[in-house]
Ligand binder design. Structure first.
Ligand code: ADP
Ligand code: MG
Length: 313
């Protein structure tokens, strides 16, 4: 039986740090990423894909801000949907082209995804995730009053809006995604963690001004499609203890118990490695076989147990 893998792509799969974010740059990064993913497909792995959207949604928000006197600015949920469409398009086309080069005829489709969050998620009491452009102190006070935003001083670099980052409860388009995947389609879904939505007392959905960490969306998606493996691809080859310190120690493998202990000891900070390890744990506890955290170039080696950090139950 061929193994099924949910691949969660980090920011560097689409945009590198020093780049400006031109269409050409993003397409080229996505193409290289797809080339690597096709190597997995060629080895017989069945894959589904999710991805982050931080820099892209940031750019869309900034464009809306700059143009707001000419065209109405769109709210965060609409901008998130826009970023899923944009990245989904680039990835869908690049996957098609790379599969074709490899002589593989496999359909690829993006599903624009909404993720249901709970009104009583504690994250709504304390918005923490900075998004969009920087503002002056005066603009910040005005936005607090006019829009009711939480705007904070972002480590002296200026004022920035912060929004809640709740844990997603379920994927609205779950059944469609699952059906497509089971039919053999390479599905791209839950981009940027999905657009967060709340359900009212009648079950009607409405977008909410929040963001979801793509790693949390990835755990949910991997469980939904009953993936054997959750493969989180980022810009480091291995998860480490004492990361960035002289006594840094790379981890080859760990159990969920060890992962929880290291998390509690503060080795994996929130907003970067923390959500990846938490997602790995959640996926494994929901029945997943293995979770792997590694860099894009080492993906295939890591699946064969020769690279990256593997987390077991
Ligand atoms: P992504 O876009 O892939 O989600 P993030 O920046 O959110 O990327 O997370 C990856 C980063 O986490 C790495 O570049 C690294 O700097 C950082 N990091 C923090 N703690 C650790 C750790 N313990 N081991 C490895 N990397 C870590
Ligand atoms: Mg991240």
């Amino acid at each position: 039986m061929s193994r099924s893998v949910l691949i969660a792509l980090g920011g560097n799969a689409i945009l590198q740090h020093k780049e400006k974010g031109t269409s050409e740059e993003q397409f080229e990064n996505v193409r290289k990423t797809c080339e690597e993913m096709v190597r997995l497909v060629a080895e017989g792995y069945r894959i589904a894909i999710t991805h982050g959207n931080g820099p892209q949604v940031g750019d869309i928000l900034l464009k809306n801000e700059i143009a707001k006197n000419t065209l109405p600015a769109m709210p965060l949920d609409v901008c998130g949907a826009e970023s899923q469409g944009m990245i989904g398009y680039m990835m869908q086309q690049s996957m098609y082209n790379e599969l074709r080069k490899a002589g593989l005829n496999i359909p690829v489709a993006t599903v624009l995804t909404q993720t249901l969050v709970r009104k009583d998620d504690p994250a709504f009491q304390s918005p923490t995730k900075p998004i969009g452009p920087f503002y002056t102190a005066m603009e910040a006070s005005r936005l607090r009053v006019e829009k009711g935003w939480t705007v904070i001083n972002d480590s002296g670099r200026g004022y920035r809006r912060v929004v809640p980052s709740p844990i997603p409860a379920s994927i609205t388009e779950g059944s469609v995604i699952k059906e497509l995947f089971n039919q053999g389609t390479i599905v791209i879904a839950c981009g940027g963690g999905g657009v967060p939505v709340l359900a009212d007392e009648n079950g009607a959905l409405q977008g909410v001004e929040a963001v979801i960490d793509k790693d949390h969306g990835a755990a949910l998606l991997a469980t939904l499609i009953s993936a054997d493996i959750l493969l989180i691809l980022t810009d480091v080859e291995k998860v480490a203890l004492n990361y960035g310190r002289p006594n840094q120690k790379d981890i080859d493998d760990m159990t969920t118990g060890e992962a929880k202990m290291y998390l509690a000891e503060g080795h994996f900070p929130g907003g970067s490695m923390g959500p990846k390890v938490e997602s790995a744990i959640r996926f494994l506890e929901a029945g997943g076989e293995r979770a792997i955290i590694t860099s894009i170039g080492r993906a295939l080696d890591a699946l064969k147990g020769k690279a990256g950090t593997t987390i077991y139950r």
